[in-house]
Design a protein around this ligand. Sequence first.
Ligand code: FES
Length: 401
Amino acid sequence: MTTETQTASRRRASFHNLTVAEVRRLTDDAIEVTFGVPADLAGQYDYLPGQYVALRTTLPDEDGEPHEVRRSYSICAEPRSFEDGSSEIRVAIKKDLGGLFSTWANAELKAGDVLDVMSPQGAFISRHGKDGSPVQHNVMNSMNHPEELAGEPGNFVAIAAGSGITPVIAIARTLLAANPETTFDLVYANKAAMDVMFLEELADLKDKYPTRLALHHVLSREQRIAPLMTGRIDSEKLQALLSSAIHAEDVDEWFLCGPFELVQLCRDTLAARGVEPEHVRFELFTTGRPDRPEGNAGRPVVEDESQDTYKITFTLDGLTGDVASPTHARESILNAALRVRPDVPFACAGGVCGTCRAKLITGTVTMDENYALEQDELDKGYVLTCQSHPTSEEVTVDFDV
Ligand code: FES
């Protein structure tokens, strides 16, 4: 992995104000939002296909009180830059049932609005470049000279559901452009045809690569001619898809993106078929569960000198500080740190995105969930601070390494 790539895939997150250049409706309940990135920030917003950005703004809560909201969204286009050095970031925002931010964005967001956008993050990227490095667009050349994208030939399969297509379409475009022998099978599950995001873009991609891209639309609530393409993807249907419809042999990399149950089913099924986990990349939808504090993370705990506390020391942007966390509160390290440093990076607060990653320097922790860190990162001592709770009196973590 090159240093540049490492920077893009595991760069420290920081927010900047970006202006919305365009809002395009994708379906009745999904939009594509393009942010302009000025030339002086372009270096901080380069990314690998499959990565995401967190968006932050302040919206009134149920009581009409201003409330900071953060949500992360996958980037849906391949990287590109313009002659003046500027670039852009495109994300797709699907309206979640009861979702404060996504409902607001679908109804209100327009060109000219300004939002805080975090620099791109995430490890849902192809590792099929030379020596296992990510396949990436050469941003400067990709617009005019796609043939200059260097990539190993490979056979790829993606299984996506709903807005899980967002990172997958960026990955598919990049991999197909990177090598003329590459093949890509995409299984895309939706309830009905009207819910299919990027329908036209997928059709265009198919026109461009008629023999190398295979599209399999599976609709759960609409009858398709092939019974295999109708109904929910359960274990039986998945086995049938893997055995007949898609080219499941000699697959170099698998990409899974959707809700937890589907991703888990696919991972278990692939493991049972002997697929090595290092060939499987997956990304879960952020849960957005109400019991996972996002915008107001860290505020409810009140320190009291009579209580037993853990001492949490953390380094961020070269500054080291500490915070006492009452043992009975079972606070996450992220929540405790946010009480004294509001700039501690996080996005999903659900163990999914990896933005809150830090290295455990001293002490011990337990981690509730981990859908973001790979085994080699765990072996090196990295933890997700949004999921980690101290189990020793003193804990030290470093967000900078
Ligand atoms: S903030 Fe997303 S994993 Fe911790």
